[in-house]
Design a protein around this ligand. Structure first.
Ligand code: F6P
Length: 541
């Protein structure tokens, strides 16, 4: 395992970037190479990836593949799959892939499938709403114990039990839980307290509040209305929760939706569909493990991430899912990528001389077009954009007549045309001469035609990737999420960092514990910096 900047391939890539990368022009590349789309688009299980609108070509790809080989990407991947302790600062294996391996395959298969079977069987008893009486499921968790289920449940809306409503409470800000509780009745509500550690301050505060609300509103039978998903079964029992589904320290929070943390998903879509989600992810795991690097989609995406971050200097990547169900995908990816790869030292603790995780951000198309796409087209930064298109819609049991269904399907075409048009506009741009030739040019009392044309021109040559799914199903969504996990693994492996710890979250937690009594006036603000002390004084006044 060699850190990327210490390889011969890195030096070669630098030379290649200076000679062919910095001034690469997508429009010229497409004009020169009629086979560009077919040579730079790739097939992975459930996902077709068009990488051809990126600022690279087959020559760049060869340099990047050399880099991956020299950094030992394949050996690092194999070590993860084999359960080696690759999370060195916590001395833990990283085995979310074992959670979706078929029965009898992969490490820990007996424990994994025992919990999975029990959880799915229990979920079915809740889904029998006539017998269970449950109408509302409230997941109380934060970070990895929230973002996965919160993203997947709306994404698979077409498969969700029609009699169940799902709520996700994460923030310690009481405005979060109070708006949810207002709509609930204890007898119809199931609370899922989701916490890997069962110590997270926000989750514990919300769980205690939910229990107090439940009792105050006349709720009985906590055992039936509260369930915990955690690695800390003892703490859940101490809290008074007797129904618990466990998982293990080798499942990182941000990789945990496949474990008991996925219980809200199982409650929403049922056992068979949950198993399909796992099967889709497993298909992607196999692709990442077995496909040659030159056709390995997660690896290629991770390599492009390094290319943009370290050579083109891109500080962020924007994700635009053209499927409203995927509206929480950017938030999910923020934790997955930025908590994993937002690191400044290598595995040996040495400060890195190069950049790591970009900022990942986005909103669903077409809403994003009317918000920040202006900046993507005409702003001063290079921001690679990722378009996620889904060919066929899934409107579920909306109970619409044929005419309305046909109209919705036409709206799907409109949606797809918008996504394609944006990636085309980013790439092609529009010169001032073309803008000048636009007739009629709107008149402006303050700008002459040439000035106006400069405002109305687009530089183009702005890169994008298009990931295309046929339909958004449990299987394809499972594959898509696993694709992102392995892509993040790839860039982290090249950067030589530990993508599986998150020490950066700790300092704020410690300081919060110190500030709490100072805010409630139990402790004095002495010894604090002047700004924090001043703010505390104002808050207490
Ligand atoms: O934000 C830090 C973090 O540890 C995340 O990694 C994790 O997903 C989240 O807190 C929640 O932790 P837990 O599941 O233990 O409550």
């Amino acid at each position: 395992m060699i850190r990327c900047d210490r390889t011969a391939a890195w030096a070669a890539l630098k030379g290649h970037f200076e000679a062919h990368g910095r001034d690469f022009d997508l429009r010229v590349a497409f004009a020169r190479d009629p086979g560009r789309f077919s040579s730079l688009s790739f097939e992975a299980p459930g996902v077709f990836a068009d990488l051809s609108k990126n600022l690279f070509d087959v020559a760049t790809l060869h340099f990047l593949l050399d880099l991956a080989r020299e950094c030992g990407l394949e050996a690092q991947r194999d070590a993860m799959y084999a359960g080696k302790s690759i999370n060195t600062t916590e001395d833990r294996a990283v085995l979310h892939t074992a959670l979706r391996a078929p029965r009898g395959q992969g490490p820990h298969t007996d424990e994994v499938h025992a919990v999975l079977d029990a959880m799915l069987a229990w979920a079915e008893t809740v889904r029998d709403t006539a017998a269970s009486g449950i109408r509302h499921v409230v997941n109380i968790g934060i970070g990895g114990s929230d973002l996965g289920p919160q993203m997947v449940v709306p994404a698979l809306d077409a498969f969700v039990h029609p009699g169940l409503h799902f709520h996700f409470v994460s923030n310690v800000d009481g405005h979060d839980i109070s708006t949810v509780l207002r709509r609930l009745k204890p007898a119809e509500t199931l609370f899922v307290v989701a916490s890997k550690t069962f110590t997270t301050q926000e989750t514990m505060a919300n769980a205690q509040l939910a229990r107090s609300w439940f009792e105050a509103e006349g709720g009985t039978d906590i055992a039936r209305h509260f369930v915990a998903t955690t690695t800390n079964v003892e703490a859940a029992a101490a809290f008074g929760i007797t129904t618990t589904f466990g998982f293990w320290d080798w499942v990182g929070g941000r990789f945990s939706l496949w474990s008991a943390i996925g219980l809200p998903i199982a409650l929403a879509i049922g056992a068979d569909h949950f198993r399909e989600l796992l099967t889709g992810a497993h298909a992607m795991d196999r692709h990442f493990a077995e496909a040659p690097l030159a056709a390995n989609v997660p690896a290629l995406l991770g390599l492009l991430d390094v290319w943009y971050r370290n050579f083109h200097g891109a500080t962020s990547r924007s994700v635009a899912p053209y499927h409203h169900g995927l509206r929480r995908l950017p938030a999910y990816l923020q934790q997955l990528e930025m908590e994993s790869n937002g690191k400044r030292v290598d595995r040996d603790g040495e400060a890195l001389p190069y950049a790591t995780s970009p900022v990942v951000w986005g909103e669903p198309g077409t809403n994003s077009q009317h918000a920040y796409f202006q900046m993507l087209h005409q702003g001063t930064d290079l921001i690679p954009v990722e378009f996620l298109l889904v060919r066929r819609p899934t409107f579920g049991s909306a109970g619409l007549n044929d005419d309305l269904t046909a109209r919705l399907e036409r709206q799907q075409t409109l949606l797809l045309a918008n996504g394609l048009a944006q990636s085309q506009a980013l790439m092609c741009g529009k010169t001032a001469e073309q803008a000048l030739a636009d007739r009629p040019l709107p008149a402006s009392a303050q700008a002459d035609a040439a000035t106006l044309a400069r405002h109305r021109s687009f530089p183009g040559n702005r890169p994008s990737t298009t990931l295309l799914l046929d339909r958004l199903t449990p299987h394809s969504l499972g594959a898509l999420i696993a694709l992102y996990e392995h892509r993040v693994f790839t860039s982290g492996a090249l950067w030589g960092i530990n993508s599986f710890d998150q020490w950066g979250v700790e300092l704020g937690k410690v300081l919060c514990r110190d500030l709490l009594p100072r805010l409630t006036a139990e402790a004095s603000p002495e010894g604090l910096d002047a700004s924090t002390a001043g703010l505390i004084a104002r808050l207490r006044s």
